[in-house]
Design a protein around this ligand. Sequence first.
Ligand SMILES: Cc1cc2nc3c(=O)[nH]c(=O)nc-3n(C[C@H](O)[C@H](O)[C@H](O)COP(=O)(O)OP(=O)(O)OC[C@H]3O[C@@H](n4cnc5c(N)ncnc54)[C@H](O)[C@@H]3O)c2cc1C
Length: 305
Amino acid sequence: MNLFDVLIIGGSNAGLSAALVLGRARRQVLLLDHSQPRNAPSPGVHNFLTRDGTTPAALRRIAHEQLTPYTTVSVQPGEVTNAGRDDRGFRVSTRTGETHHARALLLATGVVDQLPPIPGLAARWGTQVVHCPYCHGWEVRERPLAVLVNGPGASEYALTIRGWSDDLVLLTNGSATFDDSERKRLVCHNVQIDERAISRLDDGAEDMVRVRFADGDTRDYAAIFHGPPQRQASDLARQLGCEVHAPRPGTEIIRVDAMGQTTVPGVYAAGDAATIMQQAIVAASTGLIAASMLNRELLQQDVAS
Ligand SMILES: Cc1cc2nc3c(=O)[nH]c(=O)nc-3n(C[C@H](O)[C@H](O)[C@H](O)COP(=O)(O)OP(=O)(O)OC[C@H]3O[C@@H](n4cnc5c(N)ncnc54)[C@H](O)[C@@H]3O)c2cc1C
């Protein structure tokens, strides 16, 4: 039986960063990746020092290339469907039936955005419908923008987007469910509120997205900002008994300490799966921290025996 030091599940920003650290520490590592990173539809990764605007695929390709000198790291495609303890550490199995064993695990599996069922929205996710102004705001600055949001806290999200354009409409897709104080705040900062139901999204003039309302009227926007609820991309944390929590409504995060240790000894988590500060460079950084701590734990075991 081949016993890896660390089995990394998920091979995007967090997992690849951890693999680099552990490869340089000469650890035997297996990284299994299902290749469905969250930002796949985005044309460019922003706010990543020295890589601003690089496509998500190119960023991962460079990371793979830079792993090649570290021959103790094996990167393989595969979706892990089961994970649990065994007498030497952990055992995981993949959808195609392979089983692997490791002394420790790193979950770098990310989250999934749960998009609303508005026809035409999913096809525009990551290009014309986006969630993060820090990632996408610059490209649509000073253009007509919309935020699609309702419920308590709607004004906070809308007023954040207001930093990128004065021409901003809040779309509630039906009657507003936030209170009068939020409404007054929005009106006071020149954010229009449109409470009509939306029937679908289409291509608009030039590169804009067209909102078609249920009453037949249409409006074009350079982008629609929408922050959907999320869920864990895999249920492996729960299978392993790791605590999962919701630091704010609509989130689902593996509980970790500052070093990425989950509530289960020997299991670490990094990246979007374990933080609400979800940025590619943060995922890479938390991957590095978790990998360093894993190496430290393994070293302590090595010298104790
Ligand atoms: C549309 C969009 C645009 C964005 N733009 C930016 C930006 O410009 N700048 C920025 O900093 N951030 C951006 N982000 C956020 C950024 O994408 C995430 O913070 C980052 O991708 C998190 O990296 P990660 O490694 O934690 O997770 P992910 O990149 O989501 O990768 C998780 C990986 O784990 C794999 N996986 C999951 N479950 C399993 C399993 N059971 N077995 C094997 N593999 C598994 C997945 O298939 C995937 O490959 C954007 C997000 C979105 C949605």
